[in-house]
Design a protein around this ligand. Sequence first.
Ligand code: F6P
Length: 562
Amino acid sequence: MSQEFLTERPAFARLQALAGQQKTLVNLFSADPYRAQKMQIAAGPLMLDFSKQRVDARVLSELEKLAVEANLPGRIEQLFTGEEVNTSEKRAALHTALRAPAYKRLPGLEAVDTQLDRMEKLVNQVQTGCWRGFSGKKITDVVNLGVGGSDLGPLMVTQALREYTLPIAKHLRVHFASTIDGSQLFDLLDYLDPETTLFVISSKSFTTIDTLSNADTVRSWLSSYCQDRKLLHRCHFIGVSASKDKMTAWGLPEANQLYFWDWVGGRFSLWSTIGLPIALSLGMPVFRELLAGAHALDEHFRTAAPLENLPMMLALLGVWNVNCLNIKAHAILPYDGRLKAFPSYLEQLEMESNGKSVTASGKPLDYSTCPVLWGEIGANAQHAFYQLLHQGTQPVASDFIVAARRYDNACDYAHYEELVAQHELNLANCLAQSRVLALGNAAVEPTDNPYRQYPGNQPSSTLLLDRLDPTSLGALIATYEHKVFAQACLWGINPFDQWGVELGKQVAKELQPYLNLESSLDSSDLDSSTRELLQRVECLRSASQLVRQLDAPDAVSQEVKR
Ligand code: F6P
């Protein structure tokens, strides 16, 4: 029997049967005082406590069999050795090869080191002040223009590791602009100095209109200060892409181009030259430590047995929650202000990868895949959406992420003790929330007040880091990448394509001409909602254009003449 579908695997049928017999978390904890000791996995700087998941020994044993039936160990080898795991696009997904040390480089991938070295050279030139703007001044600001995988990863890492910025990078300010409406640029261009700002155009395809429209706006902004286009391209732009030709066609000289390859998925690309803003912002050695942390986790994923394998366990628990317990929402709750962008990063990583409804070979699925995933800094979310987690009607699985140690680099800081006390408060909140979500009323004195009832039984995992640093962050990101891959194998889907986002891009292209005020296109073929909205937009825009014209004195006379 083919086992392309999750539902065809014998262990899955047994897991479904077990789901009907599951005890509550309160009962599971009282039945076994050693539960937590048995349900944890350590991998380098990370420790996973999954004792607050609704699983017992029988479920774990079936999950282990499911991993074997889905051939997870074999699929992992295919991933690492560069087989064509991205079947719809007929290519490998070799992000793991980008972070392996040079002596372990896969044959034929020596270009990875060449590009890393070129990136390091560029970073040094900018950080040491050798790279100059068109008027000969040193660079003070860098703006990354990119979106999706060409923005979220570098942005998240740069924010998370700011404290580790090396002295050589401290004077450089790194900004990110992704939005197609130009809002972020509008703010930035208001105060940036054209003579000292460098723009990185990050786009794997170099066709993404969001990024290219931002790049064109920037080029026109710079052109009003310097008319020599060649000079502008040479002094104010670096391109990072898998398409050399498109970068060249845009006008970038070869020396200003960094490359990566089509076998690096956009949302898996922060380890490639797409990581340039990370290296510029924090220093190249910090970027290399990030790579090393991810590589150590790769080795763990490749070699640990299923029930001792941290990413695999996260994947198996996710499938158990979604497909057996019917829990279709997943909250990401980092208790660390530095990980503010981590939930958005994971939203792309997980939902763009595994939000699929056909198998890798294109057959429709009749079971759920990726849950809806969202999140926020945990302690802030306590004052926002936790009400729903505690007393709403939706079952939600959560990941708590927290570092045991914080501020140990800042012992000399005058307010060190106050900050350490704040971190203790933060830890107490993190532990309290997962405890109350799991146990509900049983965590406190019982009361009859109907508004103070807490059903509990909401499953969660806690990922405990010793401290958040380049190595542990690299390991944390790699953990989730591998969870996504393992889950895709269990569901029988391809996590490395994203056909679902293509149609929207195509339709936007078709609609754009209707928004040109001069256009007299007939919109009768469009659906009535789109047509009405277009007409309303046109009315509002022409009214404001009229007001502007009336405000201009010579326009008034023209209007009167009309
Ligand atoms: O539209 C989705 C997407 O293709 C993502 O997969 C990707 O990370 C993002 O757009 C940006 O693409 P690019 O790096 O090619 O500009």
